[in-house]
Design a protein around this ligand. Structure first.
Ligand SMILES: Cc1cc2nc3c(=O)[nH]c(=O)nc-3n(C[C@H](O)[C@H](O)[C@H](O)COP(=O)(O)OP(=O)(O)OC[C@H]3O[C@@H](n4cnc5c(N)ncnc54)[C@H](O)[C@@H]3O)c2cc1C
Length: 299
């Protein structure tokens, strides 16, 4: 119930400026968002790299570009994540594809990689189609599959047939029961099923989750199948389960941290609150002046 309300509010354009102007919510959001600009993201990515983790930078807000920033970013072990609605998918599909192709061409020329995030189900079909077309011209692009959607197994096989790199996640948007599994147990079972299709494919994929059960299932499967630990990577979000991130690195797994930055952080922040009731409780307690909110939840 709380998840549904928060996901609904995440799309509320009137609420966004109110929450973003509030100093307390800005402070809580800093747990999930590296900062407003590219310099903040580079600092966060350096820290992540120092801890032997890779990074994926995701610009949530307006573009910031300068040569020093670009050079600093180029030295990082980091790729790029973006959303097609940021590139105008709602306005003009062919312009969006053209812009994506330009970015992927540039990234490929630098030996880098662009990950197209997956958004709500109204965008799934178009995202898969655009990524497939751009992937036919450049290797350096991949996308995300969500285990909560009924259609995902078919999409995943379709994308695998063209050798596309996939990030597997559970899915973060509010979806109706005719398109997505309503029960968490079904979403989890489908996640494990899809992971078992992806990892033996020989393509380098990302297993994106903070769920110890999904991580254990993956570890068990790669061990049983004799899949090398350098043949895939785990992926987690900036500021979430850093303890688990460090543990996986100690155990010899690869791990990439998704680092969002930018000024347009409201929908991302609301989706993170929706994922864990403790995050919401912490946020609400923070809004009460002088309340004892010194113990944040274990992100
Ligand atoms: C690298 C990465 C990229 C992603 N990209 C996309 C995308 O493109 N499209 C999309 O729809 N979704 C994306 N997601 C979000 C994803 O779909 C889930 O909403 C999110 O990862 C929570 O699911 P979970 O697998 O961690 O499992 P859950 O079952 O939600 O959580 C398992 C456990 O993880 C911890 N946890 C999970 N979320 C949080 C949180 N916010 N704060 C604190 N602890 C938490 C808790 O301990 C929780 O019990 C991405 C996730 C990651 C890690």
């Amino acid at each position: 119930m709380m998840r549904a309300i928060l996901l609904h509010l995440s799309e509320n354009k009137k609420l966004a400026p109110l929450i973003m102007a509030n100093s307390v919510s800005r402070r809580v959001a800093q747990r999930f968002v590296a900062g407003d600009n590219l310099d903040d993201a580079i600092t966060a990515a350096r820290e992540v790299n120092l801890a032997r983790r890779s990074a994926s930078l995701d610009l949530l807000g307006e573009n910031v570009s300068d040569e020093a920033g670009a050079r600093a970013a180029a030295e990082l072990d980091a790729n790029v994540s973006l959303k097609l609605t940021q590139l105008g998918l709602d306005l003009n599909e062919s312009l969006c594809e053209e812009l994506l192709e330009g970015i992927v061409a540039h990234a490929s020329a630098q030996g880098n990689f662009v990950r197209v995030d997956m958004e709500g189900s109204p965008y799934t079909q178009r995202t898969v189609a655009i990524v497939k077309r751009v992937r036919a011209k450049y290797d350096g692009v991949g996308t995300v599959m969500q285990s909560y959607l009924y259609r995902t197994e078919q999409d995943l096989k379709d994308l695998l047939s063209v050798g596309c790199r996939i990030r597997l996640c559970k899915g973060a948007y509010k979806e109706p029961p005719d398109v997505a599994f309503p029960k968490k147990s079904d979403v989890d079972a489908n996640y494990v099923k899809l992971m078992k299709i992806l990892l033996p494919s020989g393509v380098y994929h990302g297993i994106a989750t903070h769920d110890p059960a999904m991580i254990d299932a993956t570890k068990g499967f790669v061990k049983q199948q004799g899949i090398g630990l350098d043949r895939f990577e785990f992926q987690m979000l900036y500021g979430i389960r850093t303890d688990l991130q460090k543990q996986l690195i100690r155990e010899g797994y690869r791990l990439r941290v998704y680092i969002p930055f930018g000024t347009d952080w409201f929908p991302y922040f609301m989706r993170r609150l929706a994922e864990r009731p403790a995050n919401m409780t912490f946020f609400l307690r923070s809004l009460v002046p002088h309340s004892s909110h010194s113990d944040p939840p274990a992100f």
